[in-house]
Design a protein around this ligand. Sequence first.
Ligand SMILES: Cc1cc2nc3c(=O)[nH]c(=O)nc-3n(C[C@H](O)[C@H](O)[C@H](O)COP(=O)(O)OP(=O)(O)OC[C@H]3O[C@@H](n4cnc5c(N)ncnc54)[C@H](O)[C@@H]3O)c2cc1C
Length: 462
Amino acid sequence: MLLEKLKNIVGEKGWITDPASLEPFLSEWRDSYHGQTAIMLMPQSTEEVSAVVRACVAVGTAIVPQGGNTGLCGGAIPDASGKQVLLSLSRMNRIRALSPSDYSIVAEAGCILADVQAAAAGIDRLFPLSLAAEGSCQIGGNLSTNAGGTNVLRYGTAREQVLGLEVVLANGDIWDGLRMLRKDNCGYDIKQLFIGAEGTLGIITAASLRLFPCPENLQTALIAVADAQAAVDLFAMLRARLSDRMQAFELIPDRAMRYVLKYIADTRCPFPDASPWYVLLEYSAGAAQQTLADELVPVLESGLAHDIVLAKNSSEQQQMWRLRHSISEAQKREGASLKHDVSVPVGEVGHFIAAAESAVLRSFPGARVVAFGHVGDGNVHFNVSQPKDDSAGAFLERRDAMASIVYDVVERFGGSISAEHGIGVLKRGALIQYRSQVEVAVMRAIKAALDPDNLMNPGKVL
Ligand SMILES: Cc1cc2nc3c(=O)[nH]c(=O)nc-3n(C[C@H](O)[C@H](O)[C@H](O)COP(=O)(O)OP(=O)(O)OC[C@H]3O[C@@H](n4cnc5c(N)ncnc54)[C@H](O)[C@@H]3O)c2cc1C
């Protein structure tokens, strides 16, 4: 009965029930989560989403929203009961408005991130959110997970790109908050509740987003430093000199560099000798007279860096970025690894890495820490490869023990157990453990107020 009603709402091309066709939408990228559903709906308009929600709520059926299904925490996968309805936003993929003078774009939730970037580029503007999954993740998913990526240092996370939202609430009401205002001080900022909520409070159907001028004259350098804390000190020094023109400041440990050079074809480290750590720096010089080379002279004089190589052209820039972007792939080839995407205050990144590495090695002798990431955002990918002679299975079985060790150190440094990707199912227990009772109680109160029947992506986040 419900299925027939839902099919009528979304029309002939708006649903899938065939198990084989549903399969790709019922497990995620790393294959860690699998679910079941009787139907996936693909509405084409906000009104259809609203009608779907009303029909489901009337009979107490839960809804799991799904964007590009590139999340890695199990958030977009229904549970094993087969009773939850999967709601894909993929057919809501229109750019509704684009304004060069207002530096804004209004995109429906199902727009692929790369298409939003391309639409902005088409009017000579930048939509800065950028991540490796940008060819398949959707803007609704990006906002629901408050995605980060490589441009956070200069432009902030997904949250900071949002001017307004359109959301279908848990009772089916449509909240039209698609404002284009830079200043709006009318009580609670409701849109922020839905950003990072991972579909647990309502369904984002469209967003008005900030655009920026395109960065000009990008310059890239690889800098050799003695340790991670020297990289942090270097960051503080360069931030003062380069101001908000610094686009990226990425930390690469020598172990990661060695894995990349070993496993990824056509990669080359531009330094004659290995260094314990490297920093990848990108800077938008714009029309400034000073080049990155001028700016980096004091860096060498300060002793914080012992060598610097500047990319001479775009091909060398790409080669440098390839070293950074290949780390995950190279580490995978080295054997099993356990990943922790965490953040700490920027000034503590080096101390945190040293403390977490010691703590891990005490319980996992021989484990090989590869801690890399976005120093400028305090975001560390604290990934640990299995000891060389251990079995992968035995190592992976101790996933929770390793996470507790790392998260305890994160907590000591005043950090967060989730810098990117969100909570989903994966970090639900850890959220309750590492956030205060007061904070969790506020989250539960918000959930109860906006979704009293617990039908919006139940079992995720809280
Ligand atoms: C190769 C790779 C690289 C990645 N790199 C990064 C990175 O650098 N930074 C980063 O932050 N993440 C990264 N991710 C994770 C992932 O790409 C992001 O979390 C992304 O924002 C998810 O978007 P999606 O459309 O795929 O969402 P999905 O995976 O489909 O969904 C994610 C969550 O959002 C909810 N949701 C989706 N759409 C809506 C909607 N319209 N309304 C309400 N809820 C919704 C889902 O229910 C789920 O809880 C990476 C993933 C991969 C595979």
